[in-house]
Design a protein around this ligand. Sequence first.
Ligand SMILES: Cc1cc2nc3c(=O)[nH]c(=O)nc-3n(C[C@H](O)[C@H](O)[C@H](O)COP(=O)(O)OP(=O)(O)OC[C@H]3O[C@@H](n4cnc5c(N)ncnc54)[C@H](O)[C@@H]3O)c2cc1C
Length: 339
Amino acid sequence: MVDKVLDDGRVTPIWQFRDRKEGVIAEFDLSALKDETKYPYRVQCEQMELNRALYAALGDMPNVEILFGHEAVSALQDADTATVVAKTAEVEQKFTGRYVFGADGARSVIRRALGVKLDGFTYDEKVVQYGTTFDVSAAMPDIAGVSYISDPDEWCVILHLPDYWRVTFSSRDGEPDDVAVRDDIAEARMAAFFGTSGATVALHRNVWSIHQRVGDNFREGRIAIGGDAAHINSPMGGMGMNSGVHDAVNYAEKMGRIWRGEGEDELLDQYTRQRRHVALEDVRLQTFRNTKFIAEKDPEARRASQIEMRTIADDPKAAYGFMMGSSMLAGLRAANALD
Ligand SMILES: Cc1cc2nc3c(=O)[nH]c(=O)nc-3n(C[C@H](O)[C@H](O)[C@H](O)COP(=O)(O)OP(=O)(O)OC[C@H]3O[C@@H](n4cnc5c(N)ncnc54)[C@H](O)[C@@H]3O)c2cc1C
């Protein structure tokens, strides 16, 4: 499974904070974490490739059944069982077991069924993503495979995927989503940013709302939630899906113990404590900082955060600590140590 993701993705050890005019402000080489993890790098892999790999892996398991075309519409529980009600084009069906885990994304029906509130806020600006085969490294020769480029007027995030580059801008004031994704608009914006024509957007174009929200609870009785169903954050830092995967690993380990009779349902409260802690104290704060870094308009605040990043990057010990945070290793370990 991991090998498949490594094959389908682009291994990227170095990432940068940049200023659009000045260039590199701070560069971090994750290879420094080689004693902390077997995987001291980021992997730029499409989520659909991860889904394909998961589908193949689950398909090999005799106790797994994958049902498409079923929309969960509610969830209920009693002292001994938990049930998901799902409808297909033809019928409504109930699926009952001992526990339910809701991983049904930001608009989660399971979260709503539990009455969990997603506390936080939504940014005024959306983000606009363009996928391009234009060679960004020809226009910016020293660019890393992951770069957060700050600018008061036109910030940008650039990611190098295996076969293309993904370029993310802020939505422009008053520009409707269907205009932002038009070919002529996308190409003009890319040409202005890279200072060259030919930066065509042959691949995808998307507009996303951006939130910082965490559920006030991740578990009620026999039903728990994880991933975007439980917390949604700004994509600056690449932590959303990753923290959802960490939720799943944490929950599965605890459910395994409950299933084997080695622990009680209270373990699911520990799941909530540990994973809410990461969402609130780690992912939320880091992605908020990253979003502020690239989008800050106030010149003094911009200067201060650039100096801070430079100082960290120039000091190997501080850079190490910073990368332990940005790779989510430090937050994960701190949360996993919570009772
Ligand atoms: C612009 C942008 C860039 C991002 N970049 C990164 C990144 O670089 N790295 C990273 O880690 N994260 C990133 N993220 C975040 C990441 O996309 C999400 O955190 C991740 O997709 C959440 O996964 P999930 O499985 O919890 O939810 P989802 O991906 O939303 O999946 C939920 C699934 O449940 C299904 N579903 C929903 N409702 C129902 C229902 N009622 N019944 C049945 N099925 C249902 C959906 O069809 C879907 O298949 C980014 C997000 C955005 C917006």
